[in-house]
Write a protein that binds this ligand. Structure first.
Ligand code: 1HN
Length: 345
């Protein structure tokens, strides 16, 4: 255990002035700010966003701001620890709720951060990524990896709402975030890869010499298949929470280099207390209701709600009804940086 470190006030004023003029500062008074003992001290606070409250505000945005004036019509879910307006829900994860009205289009662009959509409400919405038209059905998870062109459209007749998760805070921190705009993309006239090449898990197009596998071969993960798979796992499981990671069907790796997505099913009345993890997380409820205590704060949630947990949070879930949720986390990034860690409860 190191001794108590010296403070700024202990240093003579003329020395402090000279340091200031030279553009330098002593490390020791601020060392513990950046290297606290034993565990990080997160700025992030647990957050909870009730969809019933967000929905009318988002629909109002649809009346007040035409999509042409918004590019993306989104309400940003701000981390309570950073205050409303913060463009992040946790240290590394940005979350927004986006509205697209019938007939609207959101113009094509590509950017350095990666995005993932989870569809919350409405039929007829679609995203075109790299020319592939990806239908958006409730609960589907749709990738828009960094560097890939994407635009959104709407063939239906009711509002479509989806959740956007981006690794934006990381790219902003790196001063690496920017976008390039373009015309709407031409769409390939065929169903997306989840309906053609990757219909069944464990099967991939035959590898022939010279075949080119796209870096992101499958960009849409239909919810119906995820739910079916979770149910089978739960049925034959050992009473543990059924959990499935979204992976690249060619490599088995997480779908993106930075963010990870884990679908979870909790049976009626099931409780779960995962280990404390070095990752921050956002939970989006697909169906069901229950409560989760995050670092002593109890959140009562139901379908379409969203809540967040800081790094190393103590998390206790309790499903009141049978519930499905998707956990958005930054384990892939932390594993790449080689510091992902779990601590038993
Ligand atoms: C973006 O490109 C989308 O393409 C949504 O729908 C939200 C938030 C920040 C930066 C880029 C989209 C975004 C975004």
């Amino acid at each position: 255990m190191s001794p108590k470190l010296g403070t700024l006030e202990e240093l003579p004023q003329d020395y402090r002035d000279a340091l200031d003029a030279a553009g330098v500062a002593p490390l020791w008074p601020m060392m513990r700010n950046v290297l606290p003992h034993n565990a990080p001290k997160p700025v992030t606070r647990p957050g909870y966003w009730n969809f019933e409250k967000l929905r009318p505000l988002l629909l109002k945005a649809g009346e007040l701001t035409p999509v042409e004036k918004a590019e993306r019509r989104v309400l940003v879910l701000s981390d309570p620890g950073r205050g409303t307006g913060a463009m992040q829900a946790t240290s590394s994860i940005y979350i927004g709720m986006q509205l697209l009205l019938p007939g609207e289009t959101a113009p094509a662009h590509k950017h350095t951060p990666s995005a993932v959509r989870i569809i919350v409400e409405g039929k007829g919405g679609f995203t075109v990524v790299d020319g592939e038209k990806l239908p958006m059905e409730e609960g589907d998870l749709v990738l828009t990896p960094g560097g890939e062109w994407h635009d959104h459209g709407h063939d239906g007749d009711e509002p479509v709402i989806w959740l956007d998760a981006l690794d934006l805070p990381l790219f902003v921190y790196l001063e690496g975030s920017y976008a390039i705009e373009s015309e709407l993309q031409a769409q390939r006239n065929r169903p997306d890869a989840s309906q053609v090449e990757y219909r069944a898990s464990g099967l991939a197009p035959a590898r022939r010499p010279g075949t080119h596998v796209r870096r992101y071969p499958m960009m849409r993960y239909p919810w119906s298949r995820t739910e079916e798979a979770l149910r089978e796992m739960a049925r034959y499981g050992d009473g543990e929470v059924a959990e499935l990671d979204y992976v690249n069907p060619e490599t088995g790796e997480d779908v993106l280099p930075t963010m990870g997505f884990t679908a979870m099913m909790l049976a009626k009345d099931q409780k779960a207390s995962p280990p404390r993890r070095s990752t921050s997380a956002v939970f989006h409820i697909i169906r069901g209701s229950g409560t989760t205590t995050v670092d002593g704060e109890t959140i009562a949630w139901k379908a379409k709600d969203t809540f967040s947990a800081p790094v190393f949070a103590a998390i206790d879930h309790h499903a009141v009804e049978e519930s499905f949720m998707v956990q958005i986390h930054d384990r892939p990034l932390q594993e790449r940086l080689r510091y992902y860690e779990e601590r038993p409860r």
